[in-house]
Design a protein. Structure first.
Length: 250
C-alpha cells in the first residue's frame, strides 16, 4: 500500500517541470494532458490509495484464549524440563493461559487446520512460556447446546510429535458463547487433565484445568488500524494534495 506514495512523488516531481519539456512515462500524466485532466488523474489515484488504506486497516487475526490452573508440574515428579527449562519454574496451582491467534474466523463447528497460526502457552507467575509449535489442529463439535473444543498442537522440539511432544486441550463452552468477546466459563473435558503439555519425549508432563474462554477479533469487535498504517495513509494523502496543487498552479 505504501508503494503508491512513490507514484504520487513521481507526479509531484513531474509537476515541477514545464509542460513543454516533460516526457510521458508509465504512471505519469501524458504531456498532452490539460491541467484539468491531469488534476483529475491525481484525484483518482489519491482516492484509490485512500480506499486501499481503508481496506488494509481491517486486516486482523482472530484470537481464542482459554485458561485455568496448573494441576501437575515438575515439582510433582515429572521432568525435569530440558528443551524448555523455564517450565521447571511452574508450580502446581499457578494460573495459565493459552492464546491461539489465526487468520480467518471460527463461527461454526468443524475441523480447522491452523498450522502457521500463533499458539502461546503462558504461565505469568514464574514466568514460563512455550511457543515452539508447528502443526496445529482445532476441532469444534456441537453437542447438546455446547461447542466442544479439541486442540492438538505439535512441538518442533524433541524427537517428533508422535513421541509425546505436543499440547492437547479439551473443553466445552455454551454454543451461544462460541464467539464471546468477554471471558465466559469453560468446562474441562478429558479429566483429570483437560490441558496436557508433553515435552522432552513425554518425560515432562504439565497438566492443568480449563475454566475460562474468550474469542476476540473480526467476528466480535471492530479492529483498529495499526499506527504504521495510519502514518502511511496520512503521508499518502499529504503528498497527493501537494501534487494536485502543483498541477493546478502549472
Amino acid at each position: 500500500m505504501c508503494s503508491s506514495i512513490s507514484e504520487v512523488l513521481a507526479d509531484t516531481e513531474v509537476a515541477k517541470i514545464p509542460i513543454a519539456n516533460r516526457k510521458g512515462s508509465i504512471g505519469r500524466p501524458p504531456v498532452n494532458m490539460s491541467p484539468k485532466t491531469r488534476s483529475q488523474s491525481v484525484w483518482r489515484r489519491l482516492l484509490a490509495g485512500l480506499v486501499i488504506c481503508g481496506f488494509t486497516s481491517v486486516a486482523v487475526a482472530d484470537i481464542i484464549t482459554f485458561g485455568g490452573a496448573i494441576t501437575q508440574s515438575t515439582q510433582d515428579g515429572t521432568g525435569p524440563a530440558v528443551n524448555n527449562p523455564g517450565l521447571n519454574n511452574i508450580l502446581t496451582g499457578d494460573g495459565y493461559t493459552v492464546t491461539l491467534a489465526f487468520a480467518g474466523s471460527i463461527t461454526a463447528p468443524g475441523i480447522y487446520n491452523l498450522t502457521g497460526a500463533s499458539l502461546t502457552f503462558n504461565v505469568p507467575a514464574p514466568p514460563a512460556i512455550e511457543t515452539s509449535f508447528g502443526l496445529i489442529s482445532l476441532t469444534v463439535n456441537a453437542n447438546a447446546g455446547f461447542d466442544e473444543f479439541s486442540l492438538f498442537a505439535c512441538l518442533i522440539t524433541g524427537s517428533d510429535c508422535g513421541s509425546s511432544n505436543q499440547l492437547n486441550s479439551n473443553f466445552k463452552v455454551l454454543t451461544t458463547d462460541l464467539n464471546s468477546p468477554v471471558t465466559v466459563t469453560a468446562f474441562g473435558l478429558d479429566q483429570p487433565h483437560p490441558l496436557d503439555l508433553l515435552e522432552d519425549d513425554g518425560t515432562t508432563d504439565i497438566q492443568g484445568s480449563i475454566r475460562s474462554y474468550s474469542y476476540s477479533g473480526a467476528v466480535s469487535a471492530v479492529p483498529e488500524p495499526s499506527p504504521r498504517i495510519v502514518l502511511c495513509c496520512v503521508l499518502f494523502a499529504a503528498l497527493g494534495w501537494k501534487a494536485l496543487q502543483r498541477i493546478i498552479r502549472s
